[in-house]
Design a protein around this ligand. Structure first.
Ligand code: CDP
Ligand code: MG
Length: 136
C-alpha cells in the first residue's frame, strides 16, 4: 500500500549562507524525495513569528524568529512515501550534537539554533506549513 505524502522542508539561513542548498537538495533526492516546489525567499520577522507561533511561549522564540528572518532561506515541498517521518529521520535530532551520523543536522548543523534544516513534524502540520509558504 502506498502512502505518498508531502512535507515542508526549509534550508535555513546558516546553510544558505554557506551555499549548501544544492548539496542538501541532492541528499533529499538520494533518499527518494521528489522536490515538487521550491523557492528562495527572505521572510520578514512578522512572517517568521507567524510560522513559528506554536513556539511563542518558549524562551528561544524571539531569537528563533530573528534568526529565520536573518537571511535567505530555501523552502520546498518534498514528496515520497511517508515523507513527514522520513524527512524527520534524515534531518536528525534538533541539536546537531545529539544527531546521528549521516543525518543532515549532524553533517551540516552548527548549533541548536543554526541547525540547517526545518521539517514538518506531523502530516497535519505539513499541510498547514505548506499552505503558509505555497498557497496562492
Ligand atoms: O526543528 P525541530 O522540530 O527539530 O525542533 P523544535 O523543538 O520544533 O524547535 C524549532 C527550532 O527552534 C529548532 O529547529 C531550533 O532551531 C530552535 N530551538 C532553539 O533555538 N533552542 C532550543 N532550545 C530549541 C529549539
Ligand atoms: Mg518542530
Amino acid at each position: 500500500m502506498s502512502n505518498i505524502e508531502q512535507t515542508l522542508s526549509i534550508i535555513k539561513p546558516d546553510a544558505v549562507e554557506r551555499n549548501l542548498q544544492d548539496q542538501i537538495k541532492q541528499e533529499f533526492i538520494n533518499k527518494g524525495f521528489e522536490i515538487i516546489k521550491e523557492k528562495k525567499i527572505h521572510i520578514s520577522k512578522e512572517d517568521a513569528e507567524k510560522f513559528y507561533k506554536v513556539h511563542n511561549s518558549k524562551p528561544f522564540y524571539n531569537d528563533l524568529c530573528d534568526y529565520l528572518s536573518s537571511g535567505p532561506i530555501v523552502v520546498m515541498t518534498l514528496q515520497r512515501e511517508s515523507a513527514v517521518m522520513e524527512n524527520r529521520k534524515l534531518m536528525g535530532a534538533t541539536n546537531p550534537i545529539d544527531a546521528e551520523e549521516g543525518t543532515l543536522r549532524k553533517k551540516y548543523g552548527i548549533s541548536i539554533d543554526k541547525n540547517s534544516v526545518h521539517g514538518s513534524d506531523s502530516l497535519e502540520n505539513a499541510r498547514i506549513e505548506l499552505d503558509f509558504f505555497f498557497k496562492n
